[in-house]
Design a protein around this ligand. Sequence first.
Ligand SMILES: [Zn+2]
Length: 69
Amino acid sequence: MQVLVLSSGGWEVFQPLFCNCRVCQKAIEDPFSKDFRTRPGFLVETKEGKFMIEISPDIKWQAARFGIN
Ligand SMILES: [Zn+2]
């Protein structure tokens, strides 16, 4: 069994609006950096198949980022 952590951000949207800290600015500049965090989501792969846990409204972005069909 393998577990892929799609994201581990909080349920509040990250990055906070109007935050000018270094991490938020870096995430805005590069949405594929580790600093760009979406809401939590997990993809579990077993011998029987794949399933997801904690599907968030960010699933479209996570699927594109990790190449999930
Ligand atoms: Zn910030």
